[in-house]
Design a protein around this ligand. Sequence first.
Ligand code: HEC
Length: 438
Amino acid sequence: MTRRRYSLTALALALGFAAGGPAAAQAPADWSELPVHEVTLFWPGQASLQWLRSDEHAGGAQVAAGMACRTCHKDDAAELGRSIVGGGPLEPRPIEGKKPVIDLRVQAAHDDENLYLRFQWATQNPYPGVAHPHWRFDGEGWERWGAPRLHPDVWQEGGPAIYEDRLSMMLDGGSVPAFAEQGCWLSCHNSMRDMPDEPNADKVKAHPLLGEVLGKSDVRKYLAASRADEDANWEATKTPEEIAGIKVDRGFADLMQWRAHRSNPVGMADDGYVLEYRLSDAGQPVFTSNWDKDAKRPKYMFDAVKTGYRSRRADEIVERAEAGALILGENTVPFDPDLDWTEGEMVPQYVLSRAQASGSAADNMEVLGTWEDGTWTVVWVRPLDTGEPDDAVLDPGSTLTVTLAVHDDNITTRGHHVSFPLTLGLDVEADITVRKVD
Ligand code: HEC
């Protein structure tokens, strides 16, 4: 494959906002001068907060009392991953060849404006996970093609496993109860997708907050602090007023995801938060659905004048190094139903736009991953203070908690490798020390 290297300045130039636009952030020119923090990400299976607090977990009573995971699991993250990944009570659906552990290298720096992070990890496959499910024409209509590995279409039906690679991070400046001790497990529960006791869609749709207010049909991440009962059951949501109060006090986990198909092709990461659900920050996110619900067909297709094709076929998507993403205003035209579509033609399920992304949802405007020789390198620029009420604030001199996760090899939901909570210190000694650079 062709080798591509971008600097963020080159990205800014390529995207056309260097001259006259906002000044491009100055990520460290030479990362080799900054210390490397090695973080062990392990396969957690279905180790939900409910399981961790139960008798089935040897530290159950202590977790329920708020004790930190690392009090007992100081150096055994890799061991946990190895013990879980092959199958057992915490992994009912083992995936052949899945790695128990991913070693993540993290480097960090900041200046007066921004936090700069650089992440590196090896992918399981000899190609980057840049493909994502598509809409496929079957001769009559358009159907979803491709699914993540934990989906029955893949493990039961033998369909193609397709899903983007991701690097996710959650940040908390100290306002989420017990986050420093138990990190992302405070957001991981039974009843979520691919976890034990998933409720059916109708039950979620009938829920007064998740269904009727938020319009959801499944359960995703939420913080224990958003629930009124001791088990942090998905149904036991606090009142909208209580939840709004927690949000004002920044009692949410700031969750950002770099996505190999749905954000990286336009040099961004998304920006969301976890409180009563996993929600996007206010504003317009970097990617939106490419589905016209009423007409039951895609909204956009590739612009053949610019790309040479209007659609692609499976063999042009699977195990490829190019994301093949639809980018609004760059390689798309509105979908034309009158063309002579033939069976097997496909277009991506999502469409990206850097230009239309706006508000707090678009705070991560300079995040770029490159894949080379089996390794992703993601350089991330994050404003220290976005000025938005739905983000964590990174004050120099302060220590925050960060938790990190990687989705590798065509998978989503719980199929990630995760870290125990880590301290992130700005000019303060921490698990990840963020030094000031000029
Ligand atoms: C009081 C000590 C203690 C605390 C606190 C604790 N654990 Fe454990 N945990 C254990 C022991 C002991 C075991 C069983 C031995 C082992 O597998 O290491 C265990 C097992 C596990 C396992 C199962 C591994 C397997 O082989 O199935 C997971 C996953 C786990 N712990 C995660 C966590 C997480 C996440 C936290 C924090 C939310 C946590 N633990 C907090 C003591 C503790």
